[in-house]
Design a protein around this ligand. Structure first.
Ligand code: C2E
Ligand code: MG
Ligand code: MG
Ligand code: MG
Length: 290
C-alpha cells in the first residue's frame, strides 16, 4: 500500500512538474514571438527632483501587449525570460528601444527633450560577455551620449556576483552610469557600499513605506552615506505626500512613485512630466528647498 501511495505521489509530482515546464515553455515561446512581432512596449516612469520638481530622467519598464490579454506586467514574464538567453534578447531590445525613444524626444523638442533613461539589466545579461558590446552598439546605433544612460542592477545580483563588479567597471569606462536597484532588499554591508563601482542607489519601496522610526532613521543614514560616497539617491514607490516630506528631510535627491506619476507610454510622457512639476509645486509650496 505504502509503495502504491508513494508511486501515486511521484506521479502527481511528475504531473505538476510537467505542467509547470509546459507553462514555462509556452511563455517562453510566446515571448520569443512577442519580440519579433513587436508586442513588447516600454513604459516610462518619471524620476522627480526633490529640490525643483523637475524631471530629468525616467525609468524604462517593459510591458507585453499580448493580443487578447491586454497589458501583461513584467513580473509575469521576466522570471521566465531569465531562465534562458531570451533575457539577453529582451535586454538588447530594451536598450535599443529606450535610446531610440530619447532621440525621438530630442527631435520633438518638447518637455522630454534631453531626458536621461534608466534601463533594467538582469543578472544573466550582466554575466554574459555580450553586455558591454550590446550597450556600446545601442549607444552607437542611436547616437546617444553614454552619460544619458543608467543601467539598473538589483542589489541581490550585485552582492551574489562579485565577478560582475569588473564588468561594471568596463561599463562605467564607456561612460554609462550604474544604479543599485531595490537597495535594502539584499545584504550590502557598509564596507561594500564604499567600494562597489556604482553611481546611484535606489532605495527600495519597502523602506519608503515604513513609518517605523528606526527604519526612517536607517533611510536617513543610508542617504547620508550615499551622499558622502558621491552617489545619487532615488527613493522608489513613493505614494503619499507625507513620504515626500519625510524623504526631503533626509536629503534624498530624487523620487519615483505613483504619487508623482505611474509609468506611462512614450506618447503620454510629456503630460506626465508636466504633471510631476504640478504635484511637486502643490506638495512643497510652503517649504523652501534645502
Ligand atoms: P523595478 O526596476 O524595481 O521597477 C519598479 C517597479 O515598481 C515597477 O514595476 C513600477 O511600476 C513599480 N512602481 C513604481 N512606483 C510605484 C508606486 O508608487 N507604488 C507601487 N506599488 N509600485 C510602483 P513593474 O513595471 O511591474 O516592474 C517590475 C520589475 O520588473 C522591475 O522592478 C524590474 O525588476 C523588472 N523589469 C521591468 N522592466 C524590465 C526590463 O526591461 N528588463 C529587466 N531585466 N527587468 C525589467
Ligand atoms: Mg528598476
Ligand atoms: Mg526597484
Ligand atoms: Mg522594486
Amino acid at each position: 500500500r505504502a509503495k502504491a501511495a508513494g508511486r501515486g505521489r511521484v506521479e502527481v509530482y511528475d504531473d505538476e512538474l510537467r505542467h509547470a515546464l509546459a507553462a514555462q515553455a509556452a511563455v517562453e515561446e510566446g515571448l520569443r514571438h512577442a519580440l519579433v512581432a513587436d508586442e513588447l512596449v516600454l513604459h516610462y516612469q518619471p524620476v522627480t527632483d526633490l529640490d525643483t520638481g523637475r524631471v530629468r530622467s525616467v525609468e524604462a519598464l517593459v510591458r507585453w501587449e499580448k493580443p487578447g490579454e491586454g497589458l501583461v506586467p513584467p513580473g509575469r514574464f521576466i522570471p521566465v525570460a531569465e531562465s534562458s538567453d531570451l533575457i539577453c534578447d529582451l535586454g538588447r531590445w530594451a536598450l535599443r528601444t529606450s535610446l531610440a525613444q530619447l532621440r525621438a524626444f530630442d527631435a520633438a523638442g518638447g518637455d522630454c527633450a534631453g531626458l536621461r533613461v534608466a534601463v533594467n539589466v538582469s543578472g544573466r545579461h550582466l554575466r554574459s560577455p555580450r553586455l558591454v558590446d550590446d550597450v556600446r552598439d545601442a549607444l552607437a546605433a542611436t547616437g546617444t551620449s553614454p552619460e544619458r544612460l543608467t543601467l539598473e542592477i538589483t542589489e541581490t545580483v550585485m552582492v551574489e556576483d562579485r565577478a560582475a563588479w569588473s564588468r561594471l567597471g568596463e561599463l562605467r569606462a564607456i561612460g554609462v552610469r550604474i544604479a543599485i536597484d531595490d537597495f535594502g532588499t539584499g545584504y550590502t554591508s557598509f564596507g561594500q557600499l564604499a567600494r562597489v563601482p556604482v553611481d546611484v542607489l535606489k532605495i527600495d519601496k519597502s523602506f519608503v513605506d515604513s513609518d517605523d522610526p528606526r527604519t526612517v532613521e536607517l533611510v536617513r543614514l543610508v542617504v547620508g552615506a550615499a551622499r558622502s560616497f558621491g552617489l545619487g539617491v532615488v527613493a522608489e514607490g513613493v505614494e503619499q505626500a507625507e513620504q515626500v516630506h519625510a524623504l526631503r528631510a533626509t536629503g534624498c535627491d530624487t523620487v519615483q512613485g505613483f504619487y508623482f506619476s505611474r509609468p506611462v507610454p512614450a506618447a503620454r510622457l510629456e503630460d506626465a512630466v508636466r504633471g510631476c512639476q504640478e504635484v511637486f509645486d502643490a506638495t512643497c509650496e510652503f517649504e523652501t528647498a534645502s
